[in-house]
Design a protein around this ligand. Structure first.
Ligand SMILES: [Mg+2]
Length: 374
């Protein structure tokens, strides 16, 4: 098998409504899509989860563009190997520190492998679920009441878990309003996106009374001891997200007992190979895992749903249908929610949804194609 072509495109997809987190609002999602084509004309897709500005991590759309075009494409295009795992291995020693760029190409390789093996991607990854539990992440609103109303709406739609974005000054009252509105039975979590410090432990401990399923990434990504101290103080499980970029990070989380839950985003950790290793390691050490989201299009959603179909992923993920974020997605069919779940596509090889090339072309702001020389 030979990879004949790698295309990387930047598209700009308008969100239905701005999504506000502790990092600020996003109104238009700029993101990169990677398309691979082999010698038989089979095409496969990956999506890069990096944002426009550094903040979530240091990677951005622009750093990922450079990494993919300058470092990864020359390594992968023209490569002859038994199957796409050869291309994945070829990327091992490059793009260190650029896991989001690498993941976009790595996950396209997995899609290609699945298509070549005539298997749904979920099955190639070892997934056995036919549907995955859908959770929603609510951005910050102007008032606690507004967030509570949005949470109530999400519960009515059938979401199995509601996650609230919080930051200092917009926390206890928001959670109180939401819990008071949706009641005790709905699973509720909060995500601080690193916005608290060690001075905030009393406030964070006050969240215990709301019986949250977890509190996600309260402290800066590199504050391992802080998270460990905080976890000892809280009955609510601490979940790490931004802290975990590599398997080594997860090792450290386990050794320090810096949390009890892992928000795993294959697009953040370098792709599926690392994600699968992390799932085994986490579950083997009593850490619950769920699959997060990064304002993906339907392509990234397909990768995340495939991973969430593993039996060892027991908590609902940030996996919502296409119309949660997009007026019109770039895949056909769009992702829909059925009784609080997203059905895992199991009838087609690969990611299981068709990519709408015409729509992608209309959204493309730049494209670079690398073809193999013959
Ligand atoms: Mg998060």
């Amino acid at each position: 098998m030979r990879i004949e072509r790698l295309s990387v495109r930047e598209i700009e997809l308008p969100l239905r409504a701005p999504f506000v987190t502790a990092l600020g609002p996003v109104t238009n999602r700029r993101l990169l899509l990677v398309e691979l084509e082999d010698g038989d004309g089979t095409a496969a897709w990956g999506e890069c989860v990096a944002g426009v500005v550094p903040g979530y991590t240091s990677e951005t759309v622009d750093t990922a563009w450079a990494t993919i075009t300058d470092q990864l494409a020359p390594e992968v295009v023209g490569l002859d190997s038994e199957d796409p795992s050869g291309a994945i291995a070829a990327m091992d020693d490059i793009a260190a520190g650029q896991p989001m760029a690498r993941a976009a190409v790595e996950m396209a390789c997995w899609d290609l492998a699945a298509r070549r093996a005539r298997l749904p991607l979920a099955q190639l990854l070892g997934g056995t679920r036919t549907e995955v539990a859908a959770g929603i992440a609510l951005g910050m609103a102007e008032t606690p009441e507004e967030t509570a109303a949005a949470a109530a709406g999400a519960v009515r739609q059938g979401y199995q878990r509601v996650k609230l974005k919080i930051e200092p000054g917009a926390d206890l009252e928001v959670v109180r309003a939401v819990r008071g509105t949706v009641g005790d039975r709905i699973a509720l979590t909060v995500d601080a996106n690193c916005s608290y410090t060690r001075n905030d432990f009393d406030l964070l401990a006050a969240l215990d009374e709301f019986r949250l399923q977890m509190i996600e990434q309260p402290l800066p990504a590199d504050d391992w001891e802080g998270h460990a101290d905080l976890q000892r103080r809280l009955t609510t499980p601490v979940c790490l997200d931004e802290s975990i970029a590599t398997v080594t990070d997860l090792d450290r989380m386990i050794a320090l007992q810096a949390g009890r839950v892992l928000n795993l985003k294959p697009g953040r950790v370098g792709g599926f190979t690392a994600a699968l290793t992390m799932i085994d390691l986490a579950v083997g050490n009593g850490i619950d895992v769920w699959v997060g989201g990064m304002l993906e299009t339907g392509v990234g959603r397909a990768h995340n749903v495939a991973l969430a179909s593993l039996a060892s992923i027991e908590l609902p993920g940030d996996l919502s249908p296409s119309d949660r974020y997009w007026e019109e997605d770039i895949v056909d069919p769009p992702w829909t929610m059925v009784r609080g779940t997203l059905p895992v596509p199991l009838t087609e090889p690969g990611i299981g949804v068709d990519v709408d090339l015409e729509r992608i072309r209309s959204l493309t702001t730049r494209v670079q194609e690398v073809r193999s020389a013959h």
